[in-house]
Design a protein around this ligand. Sequence first.
Ligand SMILES: C[S@@+](CC[C@H](N)C(=O)[O-])C[C@H]1O[C@@H](n2cnc3c(N)ncnc32)[C@H](O)[C@@H]1O
Length: 226
Amino acid sequence: MFPVLLTPWLKSNFTHKKSNSPLLIADLGSGSAELTRQIIQNVLRKKNLQPLTIVAFDNSEVSQLIAQKNLSCFNESIDIVKKGKLNESDFLVLIKNHKKPVKVILCSNDIFNIENDFENIHFNIIYHSFFKHHLNKAQKIKIDGIIKKKSEIALEYDGYHSLLGATIQAFFVWKNPVLLSGAIFSNLRYYSKQELKKFSKDSKVYIYRFGTLLFYRGTYMRIVNK
Ligand SMILES: C[S@@+](CC[C@H](N)C(=O)[O-])C[C@H]1O[C@@H](n2cnc3c(N)ncnc32)[C@H](O)[C@@H]1O
């Protein structure tokens, strides 16, 4: 994972103590929860920490198990609760009992149903990474609308479309059909820089380019702060 994912956390005081009530954060399509792991690693180093509850949404059991294993590196210092599909009342019970500074709830609710499943719950921050390019145009619009309604701050991290990037990645993985199709098809589905510019009306968009000819990746971070 690129360190840029943590940039907003490192620069901001999202998790600096403002109150004793836990910050409620959601990671949509959390996969291995690597971003969540890095955020926790970072916030645990801070002193005056506002308690955090991070809800990692992923509807794949395999992803949830991988996430649970990935987060087990924190041993006893955080609470990890793995659940299936949660309803609002179970959810409220889970977020009330906060014994450790960080609690992660792994749940399998469909992210497109968050509004119905958690009608009265509002997240301080919603983020997602390397997820949006998997969605079609209608789903992208839908998820943006849901996130806007359900969060104060939204962070979106993904790759942007680059012919150069796709060609370089394809060159290095051409012997591996899975990685090759991933490199090409992911790149084709990424937003172009022109499309990203359109977001600058309601959000801040930061473009990052890593590497040289040997290693190339173009990514962006979009921050919507109400
Ligand atoms: C590309 S992967 C995860 C990327 C991960 N966030 C990262 O940064 O590496 C997308 C994940 O979203 C999950 N997913 C896809 N559609 C979903 C949905 N409708 N609701 C919940 N999870 C979903 C998939 O199971 C998958 O694990």
